[in-house]
Design a protein. Structure first.
Length: 165
């Protein structure tokens, strides 16, 4: 089977509905088994809605949309913050293992280079074993653990991971 070409483009606010739709599909499938339905719905509404995405863009986050064969299949977001903060990196389940995450990471590294960053860091839920393994394969290490109130009666029990550049 021939691999479809992967493209990664910088997103604008007009792309927020596409990103929100990707988030809804990815998060419902991946996070409901980890967090449960109520917390997943809260996080989608609070952090992955068109309004939240547009607000993050206006506050300095860069978003990227990955497409495979012309179909949007993933997205990521970065911002300068104590190095580069990788706040989002998500790929539709049916497209995982096809180089989409690696293609988006190339955009992240380019962003980091442009900002002369010394590290890329992110947070990941402690119970998200598959994603933690992916980040470890990409060269990230656990720098800290934390429990943080995210509102709505929910907390994030996670790790801060980092990759030195």
């Amino acid at each position: 089977m021939m691999k479809k070409p992967v493209t990664v483009k910088t997103a604008s606010e007009k792309d927020a509905p596409v990103i929100e739709a990707l988030a809804g599909e990815i998060w419902t499938q991946h996070y409901v088994p980890i967090f449960g339905q109520p917390k997943t719905e809260y996080m989608l509404k609070t952090f992955q809605s068109q309004r939240a995405i547009s607000g993050a863009m206006r506050s300095g986050s860069d978003y990227y949309i990955a497409s495979c064969g012309g179909k949007p299949c993933g997205y990521c977001a970065v911002a300068p913050d104590r190095g580069i903060y990788l706040s989002k990196l998500y790929v539709l389940a049916s497209y995982r293992g096809q180089g989409i995450g690696s293609a988006m990471m190339t955009a992240v590294y380019t962003f980091a280079d442009k900002h002369k960053a010394h590290r890329i860091w992110l947070t990941c839920n402690k119970n998200n074993a598959h994603t933690l393994a992916v980040y470890k394969r990409l060269g990230f290490t656990i720098a800290d653990s934390f429990v943080q109130n995210i509102g709505g009666g929910f907390v994030m029990d996670g790790y801060e991971l980092e990759k030195k550049l």
